[in-house]
Unconditional design. Structure first.
Ligand code: HEM
Length: 165
């Protein structure tokens, strides 16, 4: 397949360095920071919790002590970590991004939920980094997540089309 490399996500070397450095900090606590992402997403838009059949009935304040939730958020963090480890390879990034979308059908999640989690990821980073969360950090992650989200939505649409009855 030919890939328009500029269309995946074009990060300058400095932006890649920022993402790697800040992710190294965030990934020191995969379950804790993964939980921060999901709990923030549920706070921003409580509807998003309804798609999680495995723990939607558990109150938010009990989720951190629920192994199933911690396992799930650790998987989400690992998936972001894989993306961070592939920043130099646009074709791998494209595949990873699409695959993230495909994992979300079934059950098909509304694609706009990928925009809700964007804000939650940035909040988690802000919380981890404190005053080290600069405008440059915000810009680098916003750019990376923009590529992820765009192609994940494509992957989700492709999976829906293939699995439609
Ligand atoms: C950066 C964005 C996201 C990443 C990296 C991500 C990652 C993952 C991963 C790795 C899995 C496990 C899939 C598997 O084991 O096959 C998963 C499952 C799932 N994700 Fe996401 N996800 C993202 C966004 C979202 C959003 C925005 C929602 C909905 C609001 C969502 C809802 C779900 C649900 C419902 C499952 C299935 C959970 C289960 O029953 O095991 N995800 N996600």
């Amino acid at each position: 397949m030919s890939t328009d490399r500029s269309a995946v996500v074009s990060l300058a070397e400095g932006e890649k360095a920022i993402i790697r450095r800040t992710w190294a900090i965030a990934s020191r606590d995969m379950a804790g920071n993964g939980a921060n992402i999901l709990l923030k997403m549920f706070e921003i838009n409580p509807e998003t919790k309804k798609v999680f059949a495995k723990f939607r009935d558990i109150p938010d304040n009990q989720l951190r002590s629920t192994p199933r939730f911690r396992a799930h958020v650790t998987r989400v963090m690992a998936s972001i970590g894989t993306v961070v480890s592939a920043l130099d390879d646009q074709e791998v990034l494209l595949d990873l991004f699409k695959d993230i979308g495909k994992k979300h059908h079934p059950p098909r999640i509304p694609e706009e939920y990928f925009d809700v989690i964007a804000g939650a990821i940035l909040c988690m980073l802000q919380r981890c980094l404190g005053t080290d969360y600069t405008a440059e950090v915000d810009a680098a992650w916003t750019k990376l997540y923009g590529g992820l989200s765009r192609h994940a939505k494509d992957g989700l649409k492709e999976a829906s089309a293939m699995k439609a009855p």
